[in-house]
Design a protein around this ligand. Structure first.
Ligand code: AMP
Length: 279
């Protein structure tokens, strides 16, 4: 497995892969890898000849009071995991490499970027869209793999790829959960045992909505009331948002009749967690 630090080497390697007639799949990550990331790697391996994983804790998607400095960084261990998984190439650039001094070009997906996490984390999706645009530009992969775990990110990136005419197929993989239902996340390692139990309230609230919807309740306001009732039962989780939205536009919808995204975000201690469910 190649571990590359510079954009120039990565471009050359990707050009070689293309020259050999191979298709390339890209899995962008911020590292501190878990089974959720590995599910993307496996999906990429199933449909591409060569698989690249980027590991970059992207400063522009963190707000000034967020956890950029304390975000878990475990590059050596991540590389061991990816090598064992049969990944071909890891790209772990420096901040300076991705954002040369004075860099002032950013990608903004107007509208979508201000919804869900974008509303609570101003500038977050501008940072995400910008770094993913850079990665797509560097790798020019046939396919790029993202997790449904970050549902709003999926909507923003799909729109960016469509609007900017990137020649990449966006692939979205299902949420991987712990046996008890907690959505896997690099941030879960920051939770104490008690917080880990409190964090289960997110998936429980979503399950309640799913049961009610399957039972015939399609009105968003009633489903949301159920979810909020469950969430209120756990004072250890400080709710950021719980909404029922159109999965593509991220706008609130009055009914789940024609498909819906139920998305929740809450803070447990200082750790911000998100989860969602597609109906
Ligand atoms: P991150 O390293 O958190 O930026 O995540 C990198 C990619 O892995 C993103 O596309 C995430 O949506 C995806 N991902 C993270 N957690 C999970 C999970 N539990 N299940 C599926 N995909 C995930």
């Amino acid at each position: 497995m190649l571990v590359l630090r510079t954009i120039a080497e990565t471009r050359t390697t990707c050009a070689r892969i293309r020259l050999a007639g191979k298709t390339l799949g890209l899995v962008p990550t911020m590292g501190a890898l878990h089974e959720g990331h590995l599910s993307l790697v496996r999906a990429a391996q199933a449909s591409c000849d060569a698989v690249a994983v980027s590991i970059f804790v992207n400063p522009t998607q963190f707000g000034p009071k967020e956890d950029f400095a304390s975000y878990p960084r475990t590059l050596e261990q991540d590389c061991r995991i990816l090598e064992a998984a049969g990944v071909d190439l890891v790209f772990a650039p420096s901040v300076q490499g991705m954002y040369p001094s004075g860099a002032s070009a950013f990608v903004e997906v107007a509208g979508l970027s201000d919804r869900l996490d974008g509303a609570s984390r101003p500038g977050h999706f501008r940072g995400v869209a910008t770094v993913v645009a850079k990665l797509l530009n560097i790798f020019a992969p046939e396919r790029a793999f993202f997790g449904q775990k970050d549902a709003a990110q999926v909507a923003v990136l799909r729109k960016m790829v469509h609007d900017l005419r990137f020649a990449v197929q966006v692939e979205v993989c299902p949420i991987v959960r712990e046996p008890d239902g907690l959505a896997m996340s690099s941030r879960n390692r920051n939770l104490s045992d008690i917080q880990r139990r409190q964090a289960l309230i997110l998936s429980r609230a979503l399950l309640t909505v799913q049961r009610k919807a399957q039972g015939g309740e399609h009105e968003s306001s009633k489903l949301l009331a159920e979810a909020l009732g469950v969430l209120a039962g756990e004072p250890g989780a400080e709710l950021d948002y719980c909404r029922i939205v159109d999965p593509d536009t991220l706008e609130d919808i009055p009914s789940v009749d024609r498909g819906a995204l139920v998305a929740v975000a809450a803070r447990v201690g200082t750790t911000r967690l998100i989860d969602n469910l597609l109906l």
